[in-house]
Design a binder for this molecule. Structure first.
Ligand SMILES: [Fe+2]
Length: 172
């Protein structure tokens, strides 16, 4: 049965972990979001690294919940805080398009049998999509947003964490 592979180093061969190009050191909510990116990516890889349909389904459920809670809470608290700021308009548009693509890729996965090879292929697509999204966020969207939100990044962190848990519970 096909699996989502790891490189010889035991790590997924994606771009996760690339440093932000802007040179801005992440703070507040952006540190939390970056940490969660790593966790969600690892959970998705774990979901695809089993031959057992039961394990795949269990691990997918966990990864799916955390991915959706992250994306939805981030939209509700972080990107919502940028609405009305003209310098953020393009970032907001790009983010909402990517978030919609991720949501629909997740819905597609939900309709597939975890035992099938197509499930693994679609999971790979979700991982690749997440990697692109993470790269855009960490190298571009987050540094811009942090520059615009300035000292509210710590308050936003608290609100984000609380909303994240609320959304996660509704998905469970
Ligand atoms: Fe996002």
């Amino acid at each position: 049965m096909t699996q989502v592979g790891h490189s010889a180093h035991g790590k997924h061969t994606g771009q996760l972990g690339a440093p932000p190009v802007s040179g801005r050191v992440p703070a507040g909510v952006f540190l939390t979001l970056i940490e969660q990116h790593r966790q969600v990516a690892e959970l998705l890889i774990q979901a695809g690294s089993s031959d057992s349909a039961t394990k795949r389904a269990e691990r997918w459920a966990k990864a799916r919940g955390r991915l959706l809670a992250h994306e939805r809470a981030e939209a509700l608290e972080v990107y919502a805080a940028l609405v009305g700021i003209s310098a953020a308009r393009e970032t907001l548009e790009q983010h909402s398009q990517q978030a919609a693509e991720l949501e629909s890729a997740v819905s597609e996965m939900d309709a597939l049998d975890p035992e099938s090879d197509i499930w693994v292929e679609r999971l790979r697509d979700v991982i690749a999509m997440l990697e692109d999204h993470v790269r855009d966020e960490e190298s571009d969207f987050f540094p811009r947003a942090q520059g615009l939100l300035r000292e509210s990044v710590n308050d936003l962190d608290e609100r984000y964490r609380s909303t994240y848990l609320d959304v996660l519970h509704t998905l469970a």
